[in-house]
Write a protein that binds this ligand. Structure first.
Ligand code: ASP
Length: 329
């Protein structure tokens, strides 16, 4: 007797395959493989540090490994472009900072539009910066630094993580406020830049506390000031640049998490839940507090909270950058 089961089995296998391929099913099953959290700067830097802090608790919440992937170059725009062009399936997400807001003004040939090519997951963390020099740099006080830079100008090297990086922006603001031009040295991230500062191959660096607080506390670099409006709990004896005469010098580096445009809403929701869970993780909260980094309020950790802030920051930095006449390309 001819088996009637085979056709039935084939039919149900085909039906099952169709259901499994359906968007609703794949969204419900998301994630069923590791998720790539793309960091547009080199390993070892401040953005990478935040990513590696939150990757494990995010993975716990999602039930899948979150792999940190460093895609470097061009001040963070290469990594951002990779995510803008990735499959909108939730397996490629981007953690990037305010460089998303400065890139449109700095790069005339930008391969992505921050306001069209992404879905927004939420704001992640706000990080102040510190102005550093190598350990044996001659000046020690801020007035000595100003006099030394005026006398030596472009003989002094200032590292950054490429045009569009916040270290670049901080350096620009610093040079314009004290009226001198230093020789800027670009790196793929301030992780490698910090290595050269510690090794004495470069003179100065403006970088985020998520990397610099331990170096300062271990007395491995010289610190001339912090870019926050008030002194930092982690560095109470370090004056702000504002109180040392650079009036209004305030840079706080906000970070956002993004997915490619078209990523389904249920998938974005799961990523947002995982991101929030990570930011509430006791280890993450303590570590970020130790590094004087602020976790945004709950309303900012939403798609609307990030999109609104990004729009405002693009509107704010565009004219400043255009006025400074700085272009990356
Ligand atoms: N956030 C970059 C990094 O992690 C540095 C920068 O933007 O200045 O390397």
């Amino acid at each position: 007797m001819k088996s009637i089961f085979k056709p039935l089995l084939l039919a149900s296998a085909a039906a099952l395959a169709m259901v499994a391929a359906s968007p609703a099913f794949s969204q419900a099953a998301y994630p069923d493989k590791p998720v790539s959290l793309i960091i547009p700067f080199a390993a070892g830097g401040p953005t990478d540090a935040v990513a590696r802090m939150i990757a494990i608790p995010m993975g716990k919440s999602l039930g899948q490994t979150v792999l940190v992937e460093n895609v470097v170059g061009a001040g963070g725009t290469i990594g951002a472009t990779k995510v803008a062009r990735a499959e909108p399936n939730g397996y490629s997400i981007l953690l990037h900072h305010m460089g998303m807001a400065t890139a449109p003004a700095l790069y005339r040939k930008l391969n992505f539009d921050p306001l069209k090519d992404f879905e927004y997951i939420g704001q992640v963390v706000d990080v102040p910066m510190t102005l550093l020099a190598r350990k044996d740099f001659p000046p020690t006080t801020f007035p000595e630094l100003q006099a030394y830079l005026k006398a030596n100008g472009n003989k002094v090297s200032l590292a950054n993580a490429g045009l569009g990086a916040v270290s670049h922006l901080c350096g620009l603001l610093f040079m314009s406020q004290i009226g001198i031009e230093l020789t800027t040295v670009p790196y793929k991230g301030t992780g490698p830049a910090m290595n050269d500062l510690l090794g004495g191959q470069v003179d100065m660096l403006c970088d985020q506390t998520t990397q610099t607080v331990p170096m300062i506390k271990e007395n491995r670099v010289k610190v001339f000031g912090v870019t926050s409006a008030t002194r930092l709990a982690s560095l109470p004896n370090v004056p702000t640049l504002n109180e040392q005469g650079l009036k209004g010098f305030e840079v706080k580096v906000w970070h956002g998490m993004y997915a490619p445009k078209g990523t389904p809403a249920p998938v974005l929701e799961k990523i947002n839940v995982a991101m929030r869970a990570a930011m509430q993780d006791p280890m993450v909260k303590q570590r970020l507090a130790d590094l004087s980094s602020d976790i945004p309020s709950s309303d900012k950790m939403t798609p609307a909270g990030l999109k609104t802030h990004l729009e405002a920051e693009i509107a704010k930095w565009g004219p400043i950058i255009k006025k400074a006449g700085v272009y990356a390309d």
